[in-house]
Design a protein around this ligand. Structure first.
Ligand SMILES: C[S@@+](CC[C@H](N)C(=O)[O-])C[C@H]1O[C@@H](n2cnc3c(N)ncnc32)[C@H](O)[C@@H]1O
Length: 465
């Protein structure tokens, strides 16, 4: 046996990590997409963090990068729908199908049902992928299953597999877990007729939004240097439409701009616009700051006025991200629990951008909808209420607290707000804090929606100190 073939020695009984599938070199875009799916499934990785690294590492750009991105994100997003179809086409429960095989099947089914890639190419490239890393027998299985998948189109599969009720049908059609579709319907309330539009918007890959850092570059200049378009609502927003990795843009690398959904920009701006009773002492606080997107915008706005921002984040790692994002800004980062951060009360403006389910940003996190569980909501609601109560203790009389979530789930939004009001908090009308934005409903809170505003589904409510 040659040195290179000798099996590695097992140490201390610990299992060696499985080697990553070796790229075969024939189909780099699909190999990357498959490897993203594997990382998401096997390591609970985030697709949008794994993909750019793999593209860089394997020096994939241009059309191959665009295809890999479409296939990886699209397959993650559509997973529930793809699995329902695959389940119907296999002779065993999907739970019994080996994970690596399932990744290839999902990728193939996505191409068959949701892309313009021809059926022959979708099947044969999947068979090749399976053969290269999983062997001939499994390649045969992939071939048989995908041929069944390709017998009819997506609409016909939905018609065959959808539950009888409207909510279940919409959830399957637009690839959402039922409980999330239900949460959106409840949040829409009287406008529940818009549910299909929300789900459709959420099932579409969104444009990347950039924030032009105030004092560094204007949105017009940023749009000119990036080839993007100025956003409709935030004076700092630029929308990129041509895909690509925004981290490679000079303006982002040089810290003149960051990647931030326009809805998040509106939340940070709302904090800075809220009227105070009495002069602004320019002592501002971001109570849940990591990874620092809003802290950077708030810090820049405070700095222009000569003020400072305290940024609280309990996770050391995420506090480090805040430091990096808000570098060179008047931002002091505190690694602390926002429920009792040990800071001197008397803040003029406080943002509570509470930890939440993130159901409002699913379009930007392709795999998240299949990972979230309804059981997680109740625990978050308790923490959200405690953080809001803490902010209301830290704000000065006449100051303002803005409570925000990137979730429209009523328990996390109006539920938390109602409990605070019942405990004596004074709620303000938040609608004037997002000037120029239409369709904000009856207030006093603001709920943004992807289908109405092109933003993530951010919620915000304002309180007087
Ligand atoms: C929705 S994220 C905030 C996003 C951030 N404002 C931004 O724009 O980049 C919520 C943050 O709250 C943090 N968090 C969790 N528990 C917390 C606590 N007890 N006190 C303060 N922050 C907490 C999480 O670690 C997470 O970084």
């Amino acid at each position: 046996m040659t040195e290179s073939r000798r099996p590695a020695r097992r140490t201390g009984g610990t299992r060696r990590p499985r080697p990553a599938p070796v790229p075969t070199g024939g189909d780099p875009a699909r190999e990357v997409a498959r490897d993203v799916l594997t990382a998401v499934r096997a390591r609970d990785a985030y697709a949008n963090l794994v993909l750019p690294g793999l593209l860089r590492e394997r020096k994939i750009s241009g059309r191959d990068a665009a295809l890999a991105t479409e296939l990886a994100y699209g397959t993650c997003r559509a997973q529930g729908l793809l699995d329902a179809v695959l389940e119907d086409c296999t002779d065993r429960p999907l739970a019994d199908v080996d994970g690596a095989l399932l990744d290839v099947l999902r990728l193939g089914a996505y191409q068959l049902l949701r892309t313009r890639i021809g059926a022959h190419a979708a099947v044969s490239t999947s068979v090749d992928l399976a053969r290269a890393t999983l062997g001939q027998a499994r390649a045969g299985f992939v071939n048989a299953v995908l041929r069944k998948v390709g017998r009819q189109d997506e609409a016909a599969w939905v018609a065959q597999l959808a539950p009888d009720d409207e909510l279940g049908r919409l959830a399957l059609t637009h690839a959402h877990p039922r409980w999330i579709a239900e949460a959106f319907r409840d949040a829409l309330g009287a406008d529940a007729g818009e549910l299909e539009e929300v789900l459709r918007a959420d099932d579409t890959r969104p444009a990347v939004h950039l924030v032009a850092r105030p004092g560094e570059i204007s949105a017009e200049e940023l749009a000119a240097v990036t080839g993007g378009d100025a956003g409709p609502w935030s004076p700092y927003a630029v929308h990129l439409t041509d895909g690509g990795d925004p981290g490679q843009l000079d303006a982002v690398r040089e810290g003149l701009a960051g990647v931030q959904d326009e809805g998040s920009q509106l939340v940070a701006r709302a904090v800075s616009l809220a009227p105070l009773d009495g002069p602004d002492g320019l002592r501002w606080l971001d109570l849940c700051a990591g990874p620092g997107g809003k802290a950077a915008l708030l810090g820049a706005l405070a700095g222009i006025e000569g003020g400072r921002l305290d940024a609280v984040e309990p996770s050391e790692h995420r506090a480090g991200l805040v430091r990096r994002t808000a570098k060179d800004l008047p931002v002091d980062v505190h690694v602390a629990d926002g429920r009792d951060p040990g800071l001197e009360p008397g803040y003029d403006r406080i943002l509570v951008d509470a930890p939440c389910t993130g159901l409002g940003a699913l379009r930007r996190r392709p795999e998240a909808r299949w990972r979230r569980q309804p059981a997680g909501v109740a625990e978050l609601v308790v923490l959200q209420g405690e953080l809001l109560a803490s902010a209301l203790r830290l704000v000065r009389p006449g100051g303002v607290v803005v409570y925000a979530t990137c979730s429209p789930h009523r328990d996390e939004t109006t539920g938390v707000v109602a409990a605070a009001v019942a405990a004596g908090a004074v709620q303000l009308d938040a609608r004037p804090l997002v000037p120029g934005v239409p369709q904000l409903g009856d207030g006093p809170h603001v709920q943004l929606w992807p289908h109405r505003h092109g933003t993530d589904a951010m919620f915000l409510a304002a309180f007087r100190g």
